[in-house]
Design a protein around this ligand. Structure first.
Ligand code: 5AD
Ligand code: SF4
Length: 445
C-alpha cells in the first residue's frame, strides 16, 4: 500500500509533514511522490493566502473523481481556517489537526470501513484551544540527511490583523526545551549540517510557561553550547522572530556562538507606521531600525531577510513608498513580498480589500525592483572573495554545477563540481554576482 503526501506552504508544514509520514509509515504504508500510485493520499494545507487553499480544493476534486475508479482514502491536515474545515469535512475522508496525529491510525482504520466521507464534526472552541503537544514525541522522518527542521513552538498569540495563523494553529504553545535540545543533540550526532528552529513567533518561546521554561535567548545559548561541544561544523537558524520580542540578548547569543548562523529573517510587513498599527504589529519603524542597528553592530557579517505585504486594505501610494524607502535603508538581502489576501476570521477581512489585483502586482514589482538593486550591490561586493557554503543538491538548470548556500543563506551556484559534494561544507570563490544569487568555483580548483 502506498501513500502520497502533498505539502504546501511553509517550513512548519514541512516539519509537520515529516511527523505525519512517520506515523503513516508505522502503519505499513510505503511513501510515493506519484499521486496516481497512492491508495492513501493527503495534503498538508496552508491558509496564509487564498491561492494556497484554492490548490487544496482543486486537488480534492481530482482525487474524488479517482474514487470512481479505485479505492482511495483522502486526508487533509496543516493550517486550515474554520470556514474551510467545514467544507473539507464534506470533501475529505479525514480531517485532522496536528495535535490529533497520534490518533491518526485509529481514524484511518475507521475510515477504511466507514462511509465515503468524514464522520467527524467541525471542532468546537474548546477543542480548538486544545494545547496537546504529544505529536512532537513522534520521531520525524527527516526529508534530508544534512538539513533538519526542529519545531520549538506551535500557534501564535499576536493576532496580526491580516493573519490566518491564530485561527488555524491556535494559541502559542512552547515545546519542552529538554525535548528540543535532545532532538538537536541527536541531529548533530548524525552529522546534520544545518538545523532550523521553527515557530510562528520563535522569540516569544517560553513566555507561555514563564518561570518553568527557558527564554528564547537561553534556548539559543543551550543549542550553541551543544554545537560548540560537539566540535562539528554546524549552522543553526531560526524562523521567524517577531520584531516586538527581538531583544538584544537574542542577538548577543548569536554573536557568542560560532554555530548560531549569522542570518536573521525579521518580517517587517510594512514601512508605514499607520499601516503597522492597523496590522496590529505593535512596533514602530524606529523600533525595527534599532534592531537592525543591533544586528549590524553585533553581527557585522549577518544577512537580513524580511517579509512585506503589499496592497493591504487601505494602503496608499505614499504608504507603499515608505515600504520602498525602508527597503532602501535596510538593504535586505532577501524580501518575500506578498500581495495581501483577506483571510476569513482575521480582523482585516472585515475591511474592504480595496487595492485592485493590478495595483497589487505593480506594487509588488516596485518593491522587487528595490530588493534586486540593493541585494545586487551587496552580492557584487562578494566577487573575488571566498565564502563557506553548504552544498544542497545538483543544480537543476546547469549540468555539472551544484546548488549551495552561504551561512547567510545566499544561493551560490558552484561550477564544475562533483555531486559527491552534496551535503558537505566547501570553500567557494565567488566569480560572479546577480541580483539574488551568486556563482563561484571551489577554492583552490
Ligand atoms: N496576505 C498576504 N500575505 C500574508 N502573510 C501572512 N498573511 C498574509 C495575508 N493575509 C505573509 C506575511 C507573513 C508571511 C508568512 O506571509 O508577510 O510574514
Ligand atoms: Fe501571523 Fe502575526 Fe502570528 Fe506571524 S506574528 S503568525 S503574521 S499573527
Amino acid at each position: 500500500m502506498k501513500c502520497c503526501i502533498v505539502t504546501l506552504g511553509c517550513q512548519m508544514n514541512q516539519s509537520d509533514s515529516e511527523r505525519i509520514r512517520s506515523v503513516i509509515e508505522g502503519m505499513g504504508f510505503e511513501m510515493t511522490e506519484i499521486e496516481e500510485d497512492a491508495s492513501l493520499i493527503g495534503v498538508v494545507a496552508c491558509s496564509v493566502r487564498q491561492k494556497a487553499i484554492d490548490k487544496v480544493y482543486s486537488k480534492i476534486q481530482k482525487w474524488n473523481q479517482w474514487k470512481n475508479e479505485k479505492p482511495l482514502i483522502t486526508f487533509v491536515s496543516g493550517c486550515i481556517l474554520p470556514a474551510d474545515e467545514v467544507k473539507f469535512i464534506k470533501l475529505f475522508d479525514l480531517v485532522f489537526r496536528m495535535n490529533e496525529l497520534l490518533e491518526l491510525p485509529d481514524m484511518l482504520h475507521q475510515s477504511g470501513v466507514a462511509s465515503e466521507f468524514s464522520t467527524r464534526h467541525p471542532l468546537n472552541d474548546i477543542e480548538r484551544e486544545d494545547e496537546r503537544t504529544d505529536f512532537w514525541q513522534v520521531e520525524p522522518t527527516y526529508s534530508s540527511d544534512f538539513e533538519a527542521f526542529v519545531p520549538i513552538q506551535n500557534g501564535c498569540d499576536k493576532f496580526c490583523s491580516y493573519c490566518a495563523v491564530p485561527f488555524t494553529r491556535g494559541r502559542e504553545v512552547s515545546r519542552a526545551s529538554a525535548d528540543i535540545l535532545a532532538e538537536v543533540e541527536r541531529l548533530i550526532e548524525n552529522d546534520v549540517k544545518a538545523i532550523t528552529l521553527l515557530g510562528q513567533n520563535v522569540n516569544s518561546y517560553g513566555l507561555d510557561k514563564k518561570g518553568e521554561e527557558l527564554s528564547f535567548a537561553a534556548l539559543l545559548r543551550a543549542v550553541g553550547e551543544i554545537g560548540s561541544k560537539s566540535g562539528k561544523e554546524l549552522w543553526v537558524y531560526f524562523t521567524s522572530p517577531h520584531p516586538r520580542d527581538m531583544t538584544r540578548d537574542v542577538i548577543e547569543a548569536i554573536a557568542d556562538y560560532k554555530c548560531l548562523a549569522k542570518q536573521i529573517h525579521l518580517p517587517v510587513q510594512s514601512g508605514d507606521e499607520k499601516l503597522l498599527r492597523r496590522m496590529n504589529r505593535n512596533y514602530s519603524i524606529e523600533d525595527y531600525l534599532k534592531i537592525v542597528d543591533d544586528i549590524r553592530e553585533l553581527l557585522p557579517t549577518a544577512t537580513i531577510f524580511t517579509d512585506i505585504i503589499v496592497g493591504f486594505s487601505g494602503e496608499t501610494d505614499e504608504q507603499l513608498e515608505r515600504s520602498a524607502e525602508l527597503m532602501e535603508q535596510v538593504k535586505f538581502n532577501m524580501a518575500y513580498v506578498a500581495k495581501y489576501s483577506p483571510r476569513a476570521g482575521a480582523r482585516a477581512s472585515r475591511w474592504e480589500d480595496d487595492i485592485t489585483p493590478q495595483q497589487k502586482s505593480e506594487r509588488l514589482a516596485k518593491l522587487s525592483e528595490v530588493l534586486k538593486r540593493t541585494s545586487l550591490a551587496h552580492n557584487e561586493a562578494m566577487v573575488g572573495k571566498t565564502f563557506r557554503v553548504l552544498v544542497e543538491r545538483a543544480d537543476k538548470r546547469m549540468e555539472g554545477a551544484l546548488a549551495s548556500r552561504t551561512e547567510g543563506k545566499l544561493p551560490v551556484r558552484v561550477l564544475d563540481a562533483s555531486n559527491d559534494l552534496v551535503g558537505t561544507f566547501q570553500d567557494v570563490e565567488i566569480t560572479s554576482a546577480s541580483a539574488l544569487s551568486l556563482a563561484g568555483k571551489l577554492a583552490g580548483a
